[in-house]
Design a protein around this ligand. Structure first.
Ligand SMILES: Nc1ncnc2c1ncn2[C@@H]1O[C@H](COP(=O)(O)OP(=O)(O)O)[C@@H](O)[C@H]1O
Ligand SMILES: [Mg+2]
Length: 369
């Protein structure tokens, strides 16, 4: 979908929530675009569920506003909002069959029977469960149950589907499969999904954009790729994937170019994009580099923009990949380097001296230490 086609469907403005004296949400500002898969990602207790429940109308903001489709939601109850919540897979009613589970919300709204039957069939077809209307809920697999829970939300024709850790009760294999299914379904329906998750990998796989939350605040809102490649802080960088942090000192700033000294890597020039305008010279800072942006030069002929010597301190073998812990001179903690395993190459042994290749464009300089 082109950027110009996307309109905002939800606007969150200065949202704040107190539970007694506890400040659970501290000034949330964000817009969610129509048709996007949006995730709220953060550690347990950071306020994700509170924010989702507030959008749904189950929780009232202490201050600030929520607008959905241009309409302020103040005083609008949950069942009058164009949103619908999907709970964890076991939240379907075990004593009802699939059609009864899916039609439940329409029954409570006193929709005529014939219309319920039509809407239920439509919702079941959407989640690829067309032949399952009469099946007992307890006969379903975990993945099918998850799709029933989703159909139960979709039958209400919501503009926004809200999902609070919907896959966390599933085992890993099924969860991986459901992540892909849910993402594909969302794309084919074109309905806005907002997912709450504490699992960074899940958020990266599924989302168009992610709001990373810590302690009631959004630390960064960006696409998965931008979050991974250009984390706004060390805290975000550590939460998303693995990041090596190296000490760095700013030697000079010339226009858009910063000259840095990194004891472990040497002198380097990088572009200053995204950094605060104030750059104190000689202050010690952190530079981040991802494990796959460093390369162990197993092949002597391979050339790199920059190289440095190191010694292998340890290895973790993952089958397709090996994570090497490598000691560099001038750096107290070893760095982590990930290498894809290839047919002809055995795993390097601890104690081996290796050449490490790297490039300046893979470094992220952080504003704070
Ligand atoms: N109804 C409530 N009363 C008091 N404290 C609450 C209530 N709901 C949530 N909290 C607190 O607010 C914080 C955020 O909770 P929550 O939104 O559930 O976090 P998350 O979903 O990110 O794990 C937690 O410290 C939690 O204990
Ligand atoms: Mg929660």
């Amino acid at each position: 979908m082109g950027e110009e086609m996307q309109k905002d469907i939800i606007a969150l403005t200065d949202l704040s929530k107190f539970f007694g004296s506890y400040h659970a949400l501290r000034g949330i500002n964000a817009t969610i675009r129509e048709g996007e898969f949006f995730s709220l990602l953060g550690p347990s207790g950071c306020g994700k569920t509170t924010l989702l429940r507030m959008i749904a109308g189950f929780e009232t903001p202490t201050s600030g506003g929520i607008a959905i489709d241009g309409k302020p939601m103040e005083g609008i109850s949950a069942n009058q909002r164009p949103t619908n919540m999907v709970f964890q897979s076991y939240a379907i009613f075990p004593h009802l069959n699939v059609a009864e589970n899916v039609g439940y919300g329409l029954v409570t709204r006193k929709v005529p029977k014939a219309e319920i039957a039509t809407e239920v069939s439509r919702a079941l077809a959407m989640v690829d469960l067309a032949g399952y209307a009469d099946r007992a809920a307890h006969e379903l697999s975990g993945g099918q149950r998850q799709r029933v829970a989703l159909a139960r939300a979709l039958v209400m024709r919501p503009k926004v589907v809200l999902l609070d850790e919907p896959l966390s009760a599933l085992d890993k294999k099924l969860r991986d499969q459901m992540q892909v299914e849910l993402r594909e379904l969302q794309q084919s329906l074109g309905i806005t999904f907002i997912l709450v998750t504490h699992d960074q990998e899940e958020a990266l796989i599924m989302s168009d954009r992610i709001a990373v939350m810590f302690e009631g605040e959004i630390a960064q809102l960006a696409s998965p790729e931008d979050l991974y490649r250009r984390p706004a802080s060390k805290r975000v960088a550590s939460f998303i994937g693995v990041m090596n942090f190296l000490e760095a000192r700013i030697k000079a700033v010339k226009g858009d170019i910063i000259r840095l000294n990194i004891p472990a890597l040497g002198d380097i020039e990088i572009s200053r994009s995204g950094l605060a305008p104030e750059l104190d010279l000689d202050r010690v800072r952190s530079v981040g580099v991802r494990p796959e942006m460093l390369t162990i030069a197993f092949d002597d002929a391979e050339t790199f923009e920059q190289t440095v010597e190191g010694e292998i301190a340890g290895t973790s073998y993952y089958g397709d990949m090996t994570y090497y812990s490598v000691q560099l001179q001038g750096q107290a903690d070893p760095v982590t380097i990930s290498m894809r395993n290839t047919a002809g190459r055995s795993i390097a042994k601890p104690g081996s001296k290796v050449r490490i290749g790297w490039g300046a464009e893979s470094l992220v300089l952080f504003d704070s230490d």
